[in-house]
Design a protein around this ligand. Sequence first.
Ligand SMILES: Cc1cc2nc3c(=O)[nH]c(=O)nc-3n(C[C@H](O)[C@H](O)[C@H](O)COP(=O)(O)OP(=O)(O)OC[C@H]3O[C@@H](n4cnc5c(N)ncnc54)[C@H](O)[C@@H]3O)c2cc1C
Length: 393
Amino acid sequence: MEDSQFDVIIVGAGVMGSATAYNAAKRGLRTLLLEQYDFLHHCGSSHGESRTIRVSYIQKHYYRLVMESYNLWRELEAQVGYQVYFKAQHFDMGSSHDPTIRSLVDYCQTHAIPFQLLRRGQVAEKFGGRIDIPEDWVGISNEYGGIIKPTKAVAMFQTLAYKNGAFLVDNAKVVDIKKNKECGGVEVVTASGKRFRGKKCVVTVGAWAQRLVKTVSGVELPIVPLEAHVCYWRIKEGQEGKFAIGTGFPTFASFGDTYIYGTPTLEFPGLIKVGVHGGKQCNPDKRSWGPAVMMEELKKWVEERLSGMVVSSEPVIKQSCMYSMTPDEDFVIDFLGGEFGKDVVIGGGFSGHGFKMAPVIGRILAELAADGEAKGVDLKYFRIGRFRVTSKI
Ligand SMILES: Cc1cc2nc3c(=O)[nH]c(=O)nc-3n(C[C@H](O)[C@H](O)[C@H](O)COP(=O)(O)OP(=O)(O)OC[C@H]3O[C@@H](n4cnc5c(N)ncnc54)[C@H](O)[C@@H]3O)c2cc1C
């Protein structure tokens, strides 16, 4: 790295920063990716064994992003030579009176996604008795589900970024990003005093976004760090094979007062992942690593919805992770503006559901940095301006 001048400097090497670095390097840009901890650490949002990919959303603007991502995950796997996406069906469930369920039906119809709307008996039949919903609930099944392997996917993006010529540096905490008034662009400063010059900078620092963006610009983004948990439950003896991926058991989401989600068995034989969407507000540098939220609801759900085939007294593994939550749960993908204009791009607030779309978000962030605009996406849903942000610039 004899010359510390780059076309684009990306701060934060979770899945979004790593995907951006790959996309920028692939375009031939001189690219630098900086990470505060060791690569593939477990202190952010992108580590672990599984993330759900599903096309069913209430907000219609995610459809194109998810569909493009399905194709891109396949293309990326072909380049790297190993599998990160595992196919499954997807199943949403909830009370037939729940507006979310009606929105999901409407979403499938709008986008011509083939789906089945199932009552209790039909659900039992479809899934061979493995899922049991109450009489007044319905389920919506479609073919677009699946699991992405997160740590493996981040490693894949970093490998492909490196192969395309990107410079990757870990244990390099960025403490400031300044406008370079002499040469244009920005200067990125690390805690050890290193300075890197970039024509553009992309900030993808996950749960640290609010803090870093405020330090750099005074803008206070409403991106709240939450400590969340992934829970794994033991399947009762003799039933293990029934929940394995590839047996027709789906990735799933359950709506109601608590949003519960899960995936078929893949990463830990004999265990199934079932968790609650959400968590407790935290300081990303001083985590409590405390107990999971809404545990009693979760235990009840596991007992009742999985037909008594899973031990519901306690999960056998709890993995802590962080959400970076926005008030509307939509992402933040925008230029920072102010004195930085289009030189600094923010990719954050992925609100516990962004991983599946990382390939396309990486493309969008790299295009915003390189071209000042991105193809195939309406950024109005993701603009900073939709919030009432406080700012000194
Ligand atoms: C429990 C859980 C379950 C989830 N389930 C799903 C799911 O099923 N499907 C789905 O699509 N999504 C899911 N998500 C969401 C998804 O994992 C996140 O949206 C995604 O990982 C966010 O990635 P990121 O790159 O923005 O953040 P991170 O992975 O946290 O990356 C940010 C990086 O920036 C680094 N950084 C921070 N500050 C600095 C600095 N000053 N200098 C240098 N580096 C810095 C951090 O160390 C970190 O490595 C889930 C998330 C959690 C926590």
